[in-house]
Design a binder for this molecule. Sequence first.
Ligand SMILES: NC(=O)c1ccc[n+]([C@@H]2O[C@H](COP(=O)([O-])OP(=O)(O)OC[C@H]3O[C@@H](n4cnc5c(N)ncnc54)[C@H](OP(=O)(O)O)[C@@H]3O)[C@@H](O)[C@H]2O)c1
Length: 292
Amino acid sequence: MKKVLVAGATGYLGRYAVQEFKNRGYQVRALVRNPEKFKKPGPFFAPSIETLVDEVVFGDATKPETITGLCDGIDVVFSSLGMIKPDFEHTNFDVDYQGNMNILAEALNSGVKKFIYVSVFEAHRMMNIPNVQAHEKFVRELQAASIESTIIRPNGFFSEIGQFVARARRGYMIWVGDGYQRQNPVHGADLAAVCADAVDRSDREIEVGGPEVFTYHEMVDLACEIAGVQPLLLPLPFWLADGLVGVVGLFNRDVHDVALFATTLSKMDFVSPKYGTHRLRDFFNECKSLPI
Ligand SMILES: NC(=O)c1ccc[n+]([C@@H]2O[C@H](COP(=O)([O-])OP(=O)(O)OC[C@H]3O[C@@H](n4cnc5c(N)ncnc54)[C@H](OP(=O)(O)O)[C@@H]3O)[C@@H](O)[C@H]2O)c1
């Protein structure tokens, strides 16, 4: 039986990855830094992992002394470890780059056969964003290391639009630009299946999106229809959004970086190869049960 380490196991994608590997008969070891999150289900219906994992290592990837021996006996490392929102303590380079470098060092020490890493779709178009720079710095190191690797390049996750229905019910929806840029967001379970398939695929990189393509406008319309309300629609023109991002940058670098990510995404089409079966309508219907 193959043994996999899942790093980022309490995150939206990591939880589905644990579930997918377990369902495929792997022995699963999880890297977890927060024991409370380990016990609870995740956001936006991502499963609880407490009963799925075979072993858990409590550690912080940015502190190498807490993850010594992390990969002993492991065949495959899967890492969706990253920082998607500021924690006001670490930078993206501390987490997405150095945290994953510390795991890679453990994997090399322990003779792991394959390392699967989750970066972002079309990173080369977003190299102005620190989060993407940090991901790609690690990608370069991983691809130069003496270990087989696959980079997963996903589109936006359903979790990123999980608040749409709640926002519509609150009575307002804000977005940047005209809302006509297209994307195909992906459900965590569909993406986790591609990540697990990557163990036996020889691709250097795999681009992944969900099965349906929407404009931002269409996603907003769908959320409003499902919420059963017609909220106030507040499109921010690009010049205003860019100005606000610039001003925020004068005060707080971390919030600036997240806002820059949002405005950059809203200016481009991001349509990636289609995978999976989960439909946005069904997900938004589930989201009706969430508190406003
Ligand atoms: N969300 C998207 O739409 C999207 C799209 C494309 C690519 N990605 C990339 O995919 C990856 C996963 O995204 P996600 O949405 O699943 O993120 P997430 O829910 O925030 O999960 C990130 C995971 O990393 C863990 N982590 C962070 N710092 C750590 C540390 N120092 N030590 C140990 N664990 C640590 C988190 O632990 P805690 O639970 O304790 O915080 C969490 O389990 C990220 O790298 C992201 O940039 C995301």
